[in-house]
Write a protein that binds this ligand. Structure first.
Ligand code: P6P
Length: 339
């Protein structure tokens, strides 16, 4: 019958959030409204990225951000869109963006209870090449009576109430998880302008022979990292080498690792002693997604990533992220080296 032909059990992000809120009797609806502002930002950024090549938004904006990277026009637009979406939600008190050196404080909303950290367009150096980029976000709830200072964000990632990312690939893929919850993937249906639940309860495979690291940094790697990567490439008698997959856009590499399994690594090394990726809006949010999907994430000292506390809002860290069995191999090699 027609009913069977048409899948009417379509769960939109809006419905999902409403059902999630209903599970928490004490919920005020503030978090739900914050998430609606987030999805608005993702839809808008997705729109501009798809139009970028058409209306020539690619290329340099002629300005540079705090880290000195050449800012692409889309970086600027993505950042402005995200900031205005968070501000107009009326639920965000403070915001950290990779594109902004200083903490952003929304004084207009003294009762706002949330702090957000984000990388509006992560991987933007790949934009002109049409490589998938993404927005990564982390959400903390302000403690009672907190005024909203950067100290409210200099916390272990384990205190996040939610985190996730949106990858702008063939379609916009949103992956979101709440503290202690499951990981759910949504696909933006452009005809309805709705995020549809396409990957409920995502689980990262326990093992997978795929490694994702920039081997161009091998010269700078510490010994344990060199030994670990070589053990994947030269497995010895009868062993089968791992496949190498590296896109150079964290959201794309992380999404593949979440779906297929394997390991993504950006180790701290002699060139970047503190690592390259940022704790607040790259490492910690990704770590919560992977832990909630049954995976693991550690830093270059083999500490649980979600226990690491940044000293400054743009602090960096080394990271090993992915299947439990693959991250455990990294830990075992480091243990052998007394690390
Ligand atoms: P590299 C992109 O610039 C980024 O911040 C992440 O998205 C990505 O994983 C990493 O840097 C790539 O760095 O040094 O391999 O180009």
């Amino acid at each position: 019958s027609v009913g069977e032909a048409i899948n009417t059990d379509i769960i939109t992000l809006t419905r999902f959030l409403t059902e999630e809120q209903a599970k928490h009797k004490e919920a005020t609806g503030d978090f739900t409204l914050l998430c609606h502002a987030l999805q608005f930002a993702f839809k808008s950024i997705s729109y501009y990225i798809r139009r970028a090549t058409l209306i020539n938004l690619t290329g340099l904006a002629g300005t540079s951000n705090t880290t000195g990277d050449d800012q692409k026009k889309l970086d600027v637009i993505g950042d402005e869109l995200f900031i205005s979406a968070m501000k107009s939600s009326g639920r965000v008190k403070i915001l950290v963006s990779e594109e902004q050196e200083e903490l952003i404080v929304f004084d207009e909303y003294p009762n706002a209870r949330y702090a957000v950290a984000c990388d509006p367009i992560d991987g933007s150096s790949n934009l002109d090449a049409g490589v998938s980029v993404g927005t990564i976000f982390a959400i903390y709830k302000l403690p009672e009576g907190a005024q909203g200072t950067k100290e409210d964000l200099l916390k272990p990632g384990s205190e996040m109430v939610a985190s996730g990312f949106t990858m702008y690939g063939a379609s916009a893929q949103l992956v979101i998880t709440m503290k202690g919850g499951t990981v759910n993937g949504f696909t933006l249906d452009n005809s309805f302008g709705e995020f549809i639940l396409t990957h409920p309860n995502m689980r990262v495979p326990k093992k997978r022979a795929i490694y994702s690291v920039n081997e161009g940094n091998s010269l700078y790697w510490e010994e344990p990292v060199k030994e670990y990567v070589n053990s994947l490439k030269f497995p010895g008698e009868g062993g089968k080498p791992y496949s190498a997959r590296y896109i150079g856009s964290m959201v794309a590499d992380a999404y593949r690792t979440l779906l297929y399994g394997g390991i993504f690594a950006y180790p701290a090394d002699k060139k970047s002693p503190k690592g390259k990726l940022r704790i607040l809006y790259e490492c910690a949010p990704m770590a919560m997604v992977f832990e909630n999907a049954g995976g693991m994430a550690v830093d270059s000292h083999m500490r649980r990533m979600l226990d690491v506390v940044p000293q400054h809002i743009h602090d960096r860290s080394g990271i090993f992220l992915g299947s439990e069995g693959e991250v455990q191999r990294v830990i075992d090699v480091h243990k052998k080296h007394g690390k």
